[in-house]
Design a protein around this ligand. Structure first.
Ligand SMILES: [Zn+2]
Length: 344
């Protein structure tokens, strides 16, 4: 019995795992004086977890804003390209075909994403530039307000009730025209609804949790889940906001988020957006960790789902909880691949 589970895990893992949100570029920027960071610090974990594609998220921390958002975003992308060029193990993917090609060559594909449009300022032309550089999914905001809209806050109520700005609407429409996936992660409920009103293609929520288990406006409600499902979108389940309580931040509870979304919109609407953040959090001094907890919330890392090498633990637990192979494959990669095929 045990052996057959091992074989089943191996078979399911072999097709690869797609994680649509990883804060890799900001870490590469902080380590910009070093070389081969991805290969030496991350590749062993990616390999242990059979990671095949990562959403590599451009994100600008508050301390660099407002002056340096554009420059640091460009530097983050530059480091990702430089690291990719220096290695045989990675590929930056701008199209579905390039994702397939990376998989065929055994390379880990990076799909560049943007979390918050601060790098654009208020200039739509910059969107074209980032598109040419390979950005293929954009979420308008993080938790803060910017030129495009307002983020959902880490509380049950109190986010801005306003939708997008005129610039935010232009960004969304230009994304649809260019072929950039709209990512609804983080946006406030009013912005979420407005984006769905002015778009037609399937949306994604690259990394989020369900409000049923962690009721903050940064996460998504049952109604929002249904809205994404009605449009054929996919929701990536986040590993760091599964519960406000540390003791409930477990692998089983992570899977309950998957099950909840699947119950509402079917298994075709669920993917992975691990948002592994412990590696950054642990590099910070205690003062900065406390600052983050005060500003947002204290992250509760799931002990056996803290980095990409732990992806196997998820596969094992999905099997143990009775998920079929077909469903596990959809969660791990199939649903994201469908989105890439349709939109990239
Ligand atoms: Zn995020």
């Amino acid at each position: 019995m045990n052996e057959s589970i091992e074989r089943r895990i191996e078979r399911l893992q072999t097709g690869g795992i797609i994680d649509m949100h990883f804060d890799l570029p900001m870490d590469l920027y902080e380590k910009r004086g070093r070389r081969d960071v991805v290969e030496t610090e991350f590749l062993p974990e990616f390999q242990a977890g059979n990671i095949s594609v990562l959403g590599a998220a451009i994100y600008i921390e508050d301390r660099y804003l407002p002056q340096n958002g554009l420059r640091i975003a460009l530097d983050q992308i530059a480091r990702l390209y430089a690291e990719t060029a220096a290695s045989q193990r990675f590929a930056i993917c701008k199209t579905y075909r390039e994702v397939q090609a990376a998989q065929e060559m055994g390379r880990i594909g990076f799909v560049i994403t943007m979390e918050g449009v601060e790098p654009l300022g208020t200039d739509l032309n910059q969107l074209r530039v980032f598109y040419e550089l390979g950005v293929r999914a954009i979420g308008l905001t993080h938790a803060r307000t910017n030129s495009a809209g307002h983020g959902g806050i880490f509380a049950a109520t109190g986010s801005s009730t306003e939708g997008l700005t005129a610039f935010g609407r232009e960004v969304v429409q230009e994304c649809e025209a260019l072929g950039v996936i709209i990512d609804l992660a983080h946006i406030n409920p009013a912005g979420f609804e407005e984006i769905l009103l002015i778009t037609t293609k399937p949306p994604i929520v690259s990394h989020t949790n369900v409000r049923r288990y962690y009721n903050i406006e940064r996460n998504i409600s049952d109604e929002q889940i249904r809205m994404v499902g009605e449009r054929g979108g996919v929701i990536g389940v986040n590993s760091i906001l599964v519960s406000p309580r540390e003791e409930e931040s477990t692998l089983d509870h992570y899977i309950e988020h998957i099950e909840h979304i699947a119950e509402l919109i079917g298994i075709d609407g669920v993917g992975i957006g691990f948002d592994f953040f412990a590696f950054i959090f642990r590099q910070w001094p205690e003062s900065r960790q406390k600052e983050l907890a005060a500003k947002f919330t204290k992250p509760h890392f799931i002990p056996d789902l803290t980095n990409h090498s732990h992806a196997r633990n998820l596969t094992r637990r999905l099997i143990e909880r009775g998920f079929s192979d077909a469903d596990i494959e959809k969660i791990m990669r199939g649903n994201w691949l469908r989105i890439f095929k349709e939109l990239l």
